[in-house]
Design a protein around this ligand. Structure first.
Ligand SMILES: Nc1ncnc2c1ncn2[C@@H]1O[C@H](COP(=O)(O)OP(=O)(O)OP(=O)(O)O)[C@@H](O)[C@H]1O
Length: 569
């Protein structure tokens, strides 16, 4: 458990964790020893000279005070380590998630990662802050008490010692028996969370389909699976809980019977018998709590395993000797890329000289957006190379590559801040004047004027308080502010009405001016102004040339062009 904890936290945390565990172990030993002093105290109290008990009582008081002080220090250390590590864990996980390839973020991950971040990290960190101290105390203190019993009466000590391996075996067996069911329960919990998120996100579709009060089978099934998995996990843990209760009870009864037998035979005084019973009773509670603590620790372990899996997922490799591109032309050199079994880019070769514009056109699913994603290194190619300024993107530091690229997608995500906050994401250290200039160039100032709060108006989560066209203008302003030499545009105006499109167009023209541009476009107005056009189908380039050349060719592009004229205008 500790090894797993250290692997997840990073070995730089080993010091505080080991110190805390050592403190907790010392506290548990001190607790056991302080109870041990009850034996001479009771002996003296029930002996011929009760006054002799005073020194022992003082010793007992000092030992309890020492134990309390140690306990305070250990608990504080555990709590501090827990909160510090929690903070560090969020950063570690956040940094790691930010470096994982975009391909890792398939739809189900949202539920998975949100559960991991909201519950998993907390539960894993509670090991050090809350669970470890009582677990160590429940395991170590009874052992110390048994050792004390052995020194004071070997028969009673031996009887108590027999319970130790039985408890250890029960704990180990329970752990083994519940591992599979716990893992299954956690997996079902994740699946159910994913389904709940899907159900909430799908509300518009479900309602539009008239399914208002009806049950959503996928969610129902998933919740039923979770219920069954939880039941199986509870039943798997039950023998361990019962076994522990019976063992502790049996050990206590045996000690009582043996103590009474020895007392009747005159081998044990009443004071000693009382002391044994007090010590045995003191062992019972922590031992019984082992079952519950074991369950909590196993649940936390399952989260640690999940965190470990995520943290072990490899980000795209960074080059050992990064190279600097010369210029900002881009090139796809015989690029092949697959999503699973499906080849999405099949030997694509294209090159866009510095400052020129390439439009990628083609039917839905042709692989157009994928080319942009490969250029921004959301994924690595399976064969061939994507180059920027003559350098393979895999030989560039990721941050350096991203600094050279501004991307505007069709679906713009805005954070629930002000418009200014959202534009500033393009370049966080920009001055206020620069932010306003970028906004004006994207014709965002018109939007701001209409909003009740102006620049300080909040845009709502995901930018829901703005229209699609308004969100696009924010994205363009962001890209303008970033002032990157390469611009990637993915169907930026496809979903806009003619008025919004005209406004967005003005911003896009500003954004494209003097930059290398790769755009995926459906609107022919944009395509026409590109220096070259590539027509893509099934991941292959079918035709390539300028707009006029391709029209003269009278092939796929010309047909596509005619069709869009009919549909759009
Ligand atoms: N993350 C993914 N996992 C698996 N397959 C994917 C993934 N992303 C895209 N694809 C598949 O790759 C193919 C190309 O997708 P891409 O988005 O590049 O096409 P597109 O030409 O941009 O289409 P559209 O014009 O409809 O946006 C599609 O068939 C799509 O289903």
């Amino acid at each position: 458990m500790i090894t797993m904890l250290l692997r997840v936290l990073g070995h730089e945390c080993a010091g505080p964790v080991r110190r805390t565990v050592a403190l907790m172990a010392a506290t548990a030993i001190a607790e056991g020893l302080s109870y041990a002093l009850l034996v001479p105290v009771l002996r003296a109290l029930f002996g011929s000279e009760p006054g002799d008990a005073w020194p022992w009582l003082l010793g007992f008081g000092a030992a309890v005070a020492g134990f309390a002080a140690l306990r305070y220090v250990a608990d504080r250390s555990g709590f501090r380590a827990g909160t510090t590590l929690l903070h560090g864990m969020y950063y570690r996980l956040g940094d790691h998630l930010a470096r994982l390839p975009i391909g890792w973020y398939r739809p189900g991950r949202i539920g998975e990662v949100s559960v991991l971040v909201s519950q998993g990290v907390l539960q894993a960190m509670s090991v050090i802050a809350h669970l470890l101290a009582p677990y160590i105390s429940a395991s170590v203190t009874p052992l110390v008490i048994v050792a004390v019993m052995l020194t004071f009466n070997w028969q009673l000590g031996l009887a108590a010692l027999i319970a130790v391996p039985v408890v250890a075996v029960i704990q180990a067996r329970t752990g083994r028996a519940t591992t599979a069911t716990d893992t299954e329960r956690v997996a079902r919990e994740r699946a159910a969370t994913g389904r709940v998120i899907e159900y909430l996100q799908a509300q518009p579709v479900l309602r539009a389909g008239g399914r208002t009060a009806e049950r959503f089978e996928l969610l129902d099934d998933s919740l039923a699976d979770l219920q069954q998995a939880s039941r199986r996990a509870t039943f798997a843990a039950l023998p361990g809980v019962l076994g522990l209760a019976v063992t502790v009870q049996a050990a206590f009864t045996s000690l009582l019977a043996l103590g009474a037998y020895l007392a009747v035979g005159g081998d044990l005084g009443a004071a000693e018998l009382l002391a044994v019973l007090v010590l045995a009773a003191r062992c019972a509670d922590p031992l019984l709590s082992l079952a519950e603590l074991g369950g909590s620790l196993r649940a936390a372990r399952a989260e640690l395993v999940r965190l470990d899996e995520v943290l072990r997922t490899e980000p795209l490799p960074e080059p050992p000797e990064p190279r600097q591109p010369a210029g900002h032309g881009v090139e796809f050199d015989a690029v092949t890329f697959r999503h699973g079994d499906r080849t999405v880019a099949d030997g694509v070769s294209l090159s866009v000289p510095d400052g020129q514009r390439l439009a990628v056109v083609g039917p839905s699913g042709a692989g157009k957006s994928t080319l942009l994603q490969l250029l921004a290194r959301f994924y690595d190619v399976d064969a061939g190379a994507v180059r920027v300024g003559g350098v393979d993107v895999r030989e560039m530091v990721a941050a350096d590559l991203m600094a050279r690229i501004a991307i505007v997608f069709q679906d713009v995500y805005l954070f629930d801040g002000t418009i200014e906050d959202n534009v500033r994401l393009g370049r966080p250290d920009a001055t206020e004047a620069e932010v306003r200039d970028a906004a004006a160039a994207a014709r965002l100032d018109e939007v701001v004027e209409r909003l009740p709060g102006g620049w300080s108006a909040h845009v709502g989560e995901g930018g829901t308080l703005l229209s699609g066209g308004e969100r696009q203008r924010v994205a363009i302003a962001r890209a303008l502010l970033k002032d990157a030499p390469i611009v990637l545009l993915d169907e930026v105006t496809s979903a806009l009405d003619p008025v919004s499109e005209a406004a967005v167009h003005a911003g896009i023209e500003r954004l494209m001016a003097g930059r290398t541009v790769v755009m995926v476009a459906h609107r022919m107005r944009t395509v026409r102004r590109a220096d070259q056009v590539a027509f893509l189908d099934g991941g292959r380039i079918v035709e390539q040339g300028s707009h006029d050349e391709l029209l003269r060719l009278g092939g796929r592009y010309a047909g596509y062009w005619d069709l869009t004229q009919v549909v759009q205008y």
